[in-house]
Design a protein around this ligand. Structure first.
Ligand code: GLN
Length: 543
């Protein structure tokens, strides 16, 4: 049977609960345990697919096409698992299931209530999503004390009671602020947060105290005394300059030992050599490059979480310090392309909506004519195709029908039918609601022999994840190819263009999918590694 670790958060949000949970997952995995991870989100949205990246950060897409919380990206990157639809449950989804059951009459006339019906649905969702792992880490989003967290906290309390304390462990992540005026750190918010948790019947076994400095032993003793947590289980999770240091950091403080002891397991010591290599490469780069990141939400780093991580992974695997220069595509429209000058490479990420689109097209043009390495992801590939159609093929009004439905030359358009992963025919409908019409999840892409893309991947077939509505319009395929655009990746049925490149350019690749969702720190990702190598090469040639 799986053992469960529940991680709650206290005092304030944004303490890095996802990263702490994922780091513990990595740590337990390094001791030979199989680990699965689940995120419970108290918000009412059924999934984060329709939430603004400004508010909620990126939407993370799993292999099976679920649009999920960005913490699942941390789980995949730290623990190497493949998350799925059953890795993320929101209040909206739980209620949707319960209401569907009620409508079907499954509750046999009972009055449907938060306890037991909602809490049972939460418990069953967790119990059915273990994948048979030795340890299942369940992170509860939000902060203890929030009204909407209560059913989730009640459900995990019941699980502790029902499965027994030997099989369940509670970790509470909290904040220990330093007050400059007083010249000391303060434990009171933590005391109150644990009091709140205990008032709903959950006694934490471990406290992870986020602080900007080591929590001194006296303060730890005090916290232990007030919270009923063993002193050695009051752990200071001090700020690290890079997240991949965290597994080692938590290990040094004995976190994995406390967990293993709690579950009375006899396990080999942690092997963190892979993580040590990642950190060593990050701290001792041989090269340095500047990548222009041309997007719409550039000031909001969470909106491009996986992409930023992927570039960092590529830095690790090429021993390169990757500086990301954020460029708002709006500003290119108003101020011109000066901001792009001197960069070693340019990246245009995925995006929705027309704001800044001409700036992105200008960036693709600048990279193409100046031989600057260019990586276009999803929308970034689409703007590269539009640019090529306009300026090489001479279709000056070419556009995506997403941004100009009346364009005479929709080189990017809505394809209404395609074959999905399992061979079923999927259809898109222009009038369908925002949530339901995207091509989502991992699909196979065949790489064309002799292309740079194929060389970069070193593979004939790849599996990458999609999240978009619009596609390369095959009515323009022949003309664009005749004008020199190289198609380097195709869907299995040859119907959809998945990747494009330029042959007379050092490195110019566009992909319709999002490679950033499959990049991992320990292995890196071939496309990003190749892109950063091209940037390093360009940097060398300049100097
Ligand atoms: N807006 C474009 C589409 O829907 C691109 C989406 C994306 O970049 N993820 O096709």
């Amino acid at each position: 049977m799986s053992r469960f670790i529940f991680i709650t958060g206290g005092v304030v949000s944004s303490l890095g609960k996802g990263i702490a949970s994922a780091s513990l997952g990595a740590l337990l995995q390094s001791r030979g345990l199989s680990v699965n991870m689940i995120k419970l989100d108290p918000y009412i949205n059924v999934d984060p697919g329709t939430m603004s990246p400004f508010q909620h950060g990126e939407v993370y897409v799993t292999n099976d096409g679920a649009e999920t919380d960005l913490d699942l990206g941390h789980y995949e990157r730290f623990v190497g698992i493949n998350c799925s639809r059953s890795s993320n449950y929101t209040t909206g989804r739980i209620y949707e299931n319960v209401i569907a059951k009620e409508r079907r009459g499954d509750y046999l006339g009972a009055t449907v209530q938060v306890i037991p019906h909602i809490t049972d649905e939460i418990k069953n969702s967790v119990l059915n999503s273990t994948n048979g792992a030795d340890i299942v880490l369940v992170e509860i989003g939000g902060t203890v004390g929030d009204i909407e967290s209560l059913p989730f906290l009640e459900a995990i309390r019941q699980m502790g009671f029902e499965l027994g304390h030997d099989n369940v462990l509670y970790i509470h992540l909290t904040l220990i602020p330093y007050l400059p005026a007083a010249g000391e750190i303060k434990t009171k918010p933590t005391q109150h947060s644990v009091k709140e948790l205990r008032s709903i019947g959950i006694q934490p076994d471990i406290l992870l105290c986020r602080a900007d400095r080591e929590v001194p032993v006296d303060e730890r003793r005090k916290i232990a005394l007030f919270t009923n947590v063993a002193q050695d289980a009051v752990i200071s999770a001090i700020d690290v300059d890079h997240i991949y240091k965290l597994p080692r950091e938590l290990h040094e403080q004995g976190l994995d030992d406390i967990v293993v002891r709690h579950f009375s397991m006899d396990l080999p010591p942690a092997d963190l050599s892979g993580w040590d290599r990642v950190v060593e490469a990050m701290e001792n780069p041989d090269n340095e490059v500047s990548i222009g990141f041309v997007g719409k939400y550039v000031d909001h780093t969470d909106a491009y979480k996986s992409l930023n991580e992927s570039l960092a992974h590529a830095g690790v695997h090429t021993r390169t310090k990757v500086n990301i220069v954020k460029i708002d595509s709006d500003n290119i429209e108003t101020d011109g392309i000066d901001a792009l000058k001197g960069l070693d490479a340019i990246l245009v990420p995925g995006g929705f909506g027309s704001r800044g689109i001409e700036g992105k097209i200008a960036a693709a043009n600048y990279a193409r004519v100046n031989n600057i390495p260019y990586l276009g992801i999803c929308l970034g590939m689409q703007v590269a195709v539009i640019e090529y159609a306009r300026n090489v093929l001479g279709l000056s009004k070419a556009h995506s029908s997403e941004f100009n439905p009346k364009t005479p030359d929709p080189v990017i358009a809505l394809v209404t039918e395609w074959t999905d992963r399992d061979g079923t025919i999927e259809t898109r409908d222009e009038s369908a609601n925002l949530g339901g019409t995207m091509r989502l999840g991992a699909q196979t892409c065949k790489l064309v022999p002799g292309t740079k893309t194929r060389r970069a991947y070193g593979n004939e077939e790849i599996h990458e994840r999609h999240r978009h509505r619009y596609e390369f319009n095959n009515n323009y395929l022949q003309r664009l190819q005749d004008a020199g655009l190289v198609i380097s990746g195709l869907s299995v049925d040859n119907e959809l263009v998945e990747m494009v490149e330029l042959s007379d350019h050092p490195w110019f690749i566009g992909c319709q999918f999002h490679p950033e969702f499959t990049s991992q720190p320990l292995e890196g990702h071939p496309l990003f590694t190749s892109f950063i190598n091209a940037a390093v090469e360009n940097h060398r040639n300049k100097s």
